[in-house]
Ligand binder design. Structure first.
Ligand SMILES: Cc1cc2nc3c(=O)[nH]c(=O)nc-3n(C[C@H](O)[C@H](O)[C@H](O)COP(=O)(O)OP(=O)(O)OC[C@H]3O[C@@H](n4cnc5c(N)ncnc54)[C@H](O)[C@@H]3O)c2cc1C
Length: 400
């Protein structure tokens, strides 16, 4: 039997890719640095393009059981509290695209993917394995080295996939690879029990637009909790997902916000923050092939992006479906793999990255520019605004 395909990282991208490959008959070993899969993070949005992929690998039902399908995105002015517009989500998008728009706790999505991987006979997950480097093996195969509690171990594979996140160690071994850069924005997150949140806020995704800051919130865990993420311009740089926050200093940013928004922001006792980093999708090669064996990147490792189009997890999920299809059609050691993968993914992902950057600029406008933005959004209306995302949502994975 041939050696399994190796995936570095048991995050959303890595576990999803393992299932996409195993569904198509490949054996996969996933190697994760953490000693256990812990419940870190907060909410992620799963648009129809991502949900089609999750359905294909058999996890949509279990993800949906722990997720929520908000009625709409309720866009409000952070300063006046006035409604700007409402973008219909559920069931409108499912009727349109054949898959739902869900919001899920990152831990719930990861748990559903993890459970499906554990149950799959062609997938093995090895925790406590930190990728430490790679060399060329015999016949153009890759020798990947991992640090474990017992020392170093080396594994041979026809295909090494780096799904190890925005600060990817696999990416650093690829000649000419792009670097992760801090974007000058910071995300603050908190969760609340549903009982502490007004009932009408539990139905929608809330989007409040303010000068140099915006606030997003939505229900999580099938309506049992409430996720708040505030995104502000701040030049703070640290490689962590969960830095502690000085609550009072953070809340000062929102002193001039409407009482209705402040009531939500004031509730959580504890906020955590992470610095938003990006990897330019067009800058790096996304992998290396030929004589050196095949090493490819997916998800944040290839193209970490600002969350302002809510597509970070979705793009990682799409990558896995496309890559699994190519590996099946070409074979895991075919040197055309990298070129075919880039052709199918780079342009789309770069366009999503540009949309996220542009949304960030628009959301954080102030003064007359903000008033003009609000008027344009009101006049356009929710359905027309959603139509601008049609090219993102209508995407579907290649058939199995
Ligand atoms: C702990 C954590 C919390 C997060 N919280 C949020 C959040 O609240 N909201 C949000 O929008 N996004 C969050 N994200 C990011 C979000 O999950 C990703 O943007 C998106 O899902 C793409 O996923 P990915 O699989 O490419 O990367 P990630 O989800 O970052 O997964 C990368 C995986 O690789 C593992 N890894 C890293 N280095 C190595 C190594 N050297 N060897 C082996 N394994 C390695 C990591 O432990 C992780 O499990 C979080 C990510 C992490 C890791």
């Amino acid at each position: 039997m041939s050696d399994p395909i190796l995936i570095v990282g048991a995050g959303i991208g890595g576990l999803n890719a393992a299932l996409a490959l195993a569904t198509r008959g490949h054996r996969v070993t996933v190697l994760e640095r953490a000693a256990e899969i812990t419940e870190v993070g907060a909410g992620l949005q799963l648009s129809p393009n991502a949900c089609h992929c999750l359905r294909q690998i058999g996890v949509l039902e279990s993800v949906a059981a722990r997720a929520t399908a908000p009625d709409a995105i309720h866009v409000r002015s952070g300063h006046s509290g006035a409604t700007i517009t409402r973008l219909p989500l559920s069931p409108y998008l499912e009727d349109l695209y054949g898959a739902p728009y869900l919001v899920s706790h990152r831990a719930d999505l990861q748990r559903a993917l993890h459970e499906a991987c554990e149950a799959h006979e062609r997938i093995e997950i090895r925790l406590g394995h930190a990728f430490a480097g790679r060399e060329t093996g015999s016949n153009g195969r890759v020798l990947a080295r991992f640090e474990t509690a017992e020392g170093q171990t080396t594994l041979e594979t026809p295909l090494l996939i780096g799904a190890d996140g925005v600060w990817s160690a696999v990416r650093k071994t690829i000649p000419g690879a792009a670097q992760a850069t801090f974007t000058g924005r910071t995300a603050y997150r908190a969760t609340l029990p549903a009982e502490l949140v007004p009932a009408d806020e539990m139905r929608d995704t809330g989007l409040w637009l303010g000068s140099e800051a915006h606030l997003v919130h939505y229900p999580l865990e099938a309506g049992r909790s409430f996720n708040l993420v505030a995104l502000i311009r701040e030049d703070w740089q640290e490689e962590t997902w969960s830095a502690p926050v000085a609550r009072d200093t953070f809340l000062k940013t929102f002193t001039r916000w409407a009482p209705s928004a402040r009531r939500l922001l004031d509730q959580p006792e504890t906020w955590l923050k992470w610095a938003l980093c990006g990897v330019d999708a067009l800058a790096g090669p996304w992998g290396t092939g030929g004589e050196n064996g095949q090493t490819l990147l997916l998800g944040d490792a290839a193209h970490g992006m600002l969350p302002f189009a809510a597509q970070g997890a979705a793009m990682a999920i799409e990558d896995g479906a496309v890559l699994a299809d190519l590996v099946t059609r070409l074979g895991p050691s075919d040197t055309r793999l990298l070129a075919a993968y880039k052709t199918l993914r780079k342009e789309r992902v770069a366009k999503v990255q540009a949309t996220a950057r542009s949304n960030g600029e628009i959301y954080h406008l102030s003064g007359p520019m903000a008033l003009a933005r609000d008027t344009v959004m009101r006049v356009a209306g929710g359905r027309n605004l959603l139509r601008r995302q049609d090219w993102i949502y209508r995407w579907q994975p290649p058939a199995v």
